[in-house]
Design a protein around this ligand. Sequence first.
Ligand code: MG
Length: 250
Amino acid sequence: MVNIKSSSEIIKMQRAGEIVALAFKAVGEAVSDGVTTAELDAIASEVIRAKGAVPSFLNYNGFPKSICTSVNDVVIHGIPSKDIVLKTGDIIGVDIGAYFEGYHGDRAVTFGVGEISGAAKNLIAAAERAFYTGIAQAREGNRVTDISSAVQKYVEGCGYSVVRDFVGHGLGTRLHESPEVPNFGQPGRGSRLYAGMTLAVEPMINAGGAEVAVGKDGWTVTTVDGSLSAHYEHSVVITKNEPLLLTVLT
Ligand code: MG
């Protein structure tokens, strides 16, 4: 089932995506030593709601907060808490979604808190470069796993591993639509890509092994070996040429 968006739907997704980008601007400025992840959640929620949108993740399958905040060895789905206080040297993956006029935008960025180690900087940079390496394959005529394979090759070439238990996804009127967009696999497989498909491409990469586990809260995903993890994501629309990023300020 190929899900192609019309140009008017793409415009709506750009609006949702711009709200996500605005929330990121505010959260990115707030990330600092002593801030709690609950405070970051409140900041994002305020920006999203001020624009007349709703945080996509709030109550999604019962998720209790508006954004995900994943510190150090937390890979994804960390639950914001007043008890989680950022300190200099931490890294934090922030994942924000906004639902506006029937469409979702979804983006993730990993930030350093103050001065971070060289190893942490390199990991964060690799997650971002993995995303851009992946989307270089995201164009009409290619297949989904052309993206997946490019991400995996890049990440493993850096000496890191890609998470396999969680994957990117299509999105639009629903936060998760087909197709799945894994960060691993052989090229040339999966759905063919067509102009107008909208995908959340999101490398999740670990400094150590690929194994992850879900915590007792039913959400928080951590690396099994305790190594650092970084996440980078944009919602994109496939075109006949370069994909366009939807979750940016326009
Ligand atoms: Mg996503």
